[in-house]
Structure formats: C-alpha cells, structure tokens
Ligand binder design. Structure first.
Ligand SMILES: O=C(O)CCC(=O)C(=O)O
Ligand SMILES: [Fe+2]
Length: 387
C-alpha cells in the first residue's frame, strides 16, 4: 500500500487538498490550551491506489465539510443477513430467560425481527434496555466491523493505521419509546476529553430503511466546524443519555437550527458516517417496527482511546502488516459495559441482577446533573464511597 505522506497532525494542514468553504477555518484548543490543526475539517492525504468501496473525492469533501455523509449503497443484503440472524438469536435468548423467570407469559415466537421485542417489552418493560446492556459482538458483527470496504473508507478518513474504537452499540429502538430516543449530543460528550483532539469515525448501520417516522437520525450540519465540545447535561426523562440544548448548539457550535438540521434517510444496505463532534440525535419511532441499528467506530491507534481507560481499541489495518487479522479474542476479553457497571454502580442497586434495567455511565461524572432519575441514582460518582 502506498500513501503520499506519513499522516501527522501537522501533515493534515500542510498537505491536504484544501476545501473551498464559506465557513471560517477553525482550530481546536485542548484542555491544556495546546493548539491542534483542524483534524475535523481538513482532508488528510488520500491513498494513491483506488480500493473497493472508496468514497469519491466529492463524498470525502462533503464528509469533512458537513461533518457527516450518507452512503446509500455499501452492503449487499447477503452481508447484513448474518447480523439480522444473530439479532434474532439475541432476542430469542432474552425471551427464554424472561419466560423461565416468570417475567413474561408468552415467548412471542410467531413475531419476526421487527415485532418480537416490542411484544416482549409490552410484558416486561425495559426488555429493550436488557438487549442494549447485554449485546455481544458475534462473528457476524465482527465481520461487519472489519469489512474490507469499510476499512478502505476508514483509511481515507483516518490514514493508513485504523483501529476499532471500544465504543459500539446495537440499538433496539422499539416503537413509541422515549427510553431509546437519543437526544442531541456530540459523541465526545460520552467519551472522556482525551477524545477531543482527534477524529473518531462512526458508521451507523441500520437493519431496515430508516426515515423520520421510524426513529431515523438527524444531524446538525456544520456543527463540527468549531472543533469544540459544547456543554451537555444529564439526563432527560427516564434515560441515561447526555443532552445538548438547542440554544447551546446554536451559541457554542454555531448551528443554524432553521437551515442545518438534516433528517437522514439511510436505507438498508447503506450507512451514515459521522464524527465524534458532529451533533446528532434520533427521532421518536412512531412506526410499528423495531428500528435495529449498530454503530461502529474507528480511530488511529496512535491516538488515545478517550474512554475512561475502560477498554482499548482493536487494530484492524496497518501499513506495516498487510496480512493483519484483528485480535478479537484479546478485544473481547474485556466487556466494557460489565466493566463500567462494576466500577460505577452502587453496590446496593442490584446491579448483578440480570433483569436490572438501570444504565449508568462514566459520563455522569462529567456533566451537570439537571434531572436525578433512577439511572443517576444507581451511579457511584467519583467522590462517593464504594458502597
Ligand atoms: O441510534 C441512535 O438512535 C443514536 C445513535 C447515536 O447517537 C450514535 O450512534 O452515536
Ligand atoms: Fe451518538
């Protein structure tokens, strides 16, 4: 493989083919007031050799210019089907467990991928949270994450060294549930500040056509341009999410709420690419189907992981190792969700109970708590005793 140049933060500025833009170029000051080149808006040197899946120059420009990109056609149905099958198994396992524990009276085996969890959740409220908490990265999801075309694209955005980032999520967005309606945020607000100075690329991949009715995604175009992470609060309603107020998005990130909120219609077989500082949210699912999706991330292994030292990433591409196989065994030897529940949950909150539907995350330590709900009450803050 050959690249024009070794990619360093400095090289980003000096050597990239610069975009023409009406928006001012910005730079990022980190916590120590160190100046970084703008890694979020400047295109790094592109691979010299064309590879399968590569985005066009225009698509790459759009991604760095707007902070996100919809790619309509990246997977065949055959490539996604194994993931759909594994999701069905995951739901079936949960149904069996709930049934054996007497928490549901029907296994709802006659329902398919897009209906069954809704029926289970009607009987045991929070079943969708249990799926979210217990997700396992099966072989089909490993294959999806390290898909050759995806890694070819990741190289265009991140350079020749590409690692999977420890944060990934399988999301079961059941109809009419606010619990799975994710409010405005920048992903770096969930990570720690070590994530602020570099690009973390997300591919959000739905398992059905998504739109404004079935809980699709909205992006705040150009919201990445200042390079800043704005003030977030915790946690709206009965959720564990961070929340970025629209006024704050306007004031600190310069988002034009009238013009730049884009509803993303991402089809089955497509994906939505975005950055760790691009503001986004998902809409309420008012359809009759569960909106299943997975979000997968990558960054350069030269950067810090920015996730509270809970887990490291997994190397997927390296210029020096053309035959590299990701070391899944090592990566999967840590389960970050189990780790963080252990580290941050109060001992008296039945956190080991497999049917506990509280989710507490290290981000509660970082942002102003404006609403103390059961998730926050189950969290052990840094300044609190172990039990
Ligand atoms: O899938 C959703 O509803 C939210 C996804 C999200 O915020 C993310 O992938 O970072
Ligand atoms: Fe997000």
């Amino acid at each position: 493989m050959s690249y024009d140049l070794t990619i360093t933060k400095e090289a980003h500025t000096e050597n990239s083919f610069l975009m023409e833009s009406t928006h001012p170029k910005s730079s990022l000051l980190d916590q120590n007031n160190e100046l970084y080149s703008n890694v979020f808006t400047e295109i790094p040197p592109q691979p010299k050799i064309a590879k399968p899946g590569h985005l066009t120059e225009e698509q790459i420009k759009k991604f760095f210019d707007e902070g996100f990109l919809i790619v309509n056609d990246i997977f065949t149905p055959e490539e996604l089907q194994p993931c759909c099958n594994d999701i069905e198994i995951l739901v079936d396992n949960l149904a069996q467990k709930l049934y054996e524990a007497g928490k549901i009276n029907d296994l709802h085996e006659d329902c398919g991928l897009f209906q069954r969890l809704t029926e289970i959740d009607k009987e045991f409220s929070g079943a969708s949270i249990l799926i979210f908490k217990s997700q396992k990265l099966t072989k089909s999801f490993q294959n999806l994450w390290s898909n050759e075309r995806l890694l070819n694209i990741a190289e265009q955005i991140l350079g020749p060294e590409v690692s999977g980032h420890p944060v990934w999520n399988l999301r079961p967005k059941i109809p009419n549930s606010k619990i799975v309606q994710v409010p405005w945020h920048q992903d770096s607000a969930y990570f720690d500040p070590d994530s602020y100075d570099h690009m973390i690329l997300t591919a959000w991949i739905p398992f059905l056509n998504t739109n404004a009715r079935n809980g699709g995604m909205q992006m705040a175009r150009y919201g990445h341009r200042t390079g800043k992470v704005a003030h977030h609060t915790c946690s709206p309603g009965d959720t564990w999410y961070v929340d970025l107020a629209e006024e704050e998005m306007q004031k600190t990130l310069g988002v034009d709420l009238e013009r730049d909120i884009i509803t993303c219609h991402v089809p089955y077989g497509g994906m939505l690419l975005f950055q760790n500082i691009t503001p986004h949210r998902s809409l309420l699912n008012i359809s009759n189907d569960v909106r299943w999706s997975v979000d997968l991330r990558w960054q350069s292994p030269k950067e810090k992981w920015g996730f509270y030292n809970l887990q490291e990433g997994i190397l997927m591409r390296s210029e020096k190792q053309p035959d590299l196989e990701p070391d899944w065994e090592k990566f999967l030897s840590t389960d970050r969700k189990t780790e963080w529940q252990k580290r941050y949950s109060k001992k008296d909150e039945n956190t080991d109970d497999e049917f506990n539907t509280c989710v507490s995350g290290p981000w509660f330590n970082r942002w102003e708590i404006v609403h103390r709900n059961r998730h926050i009450k189950s969290f052990r803050f840094d300044n609190e005793e172990a039990n």
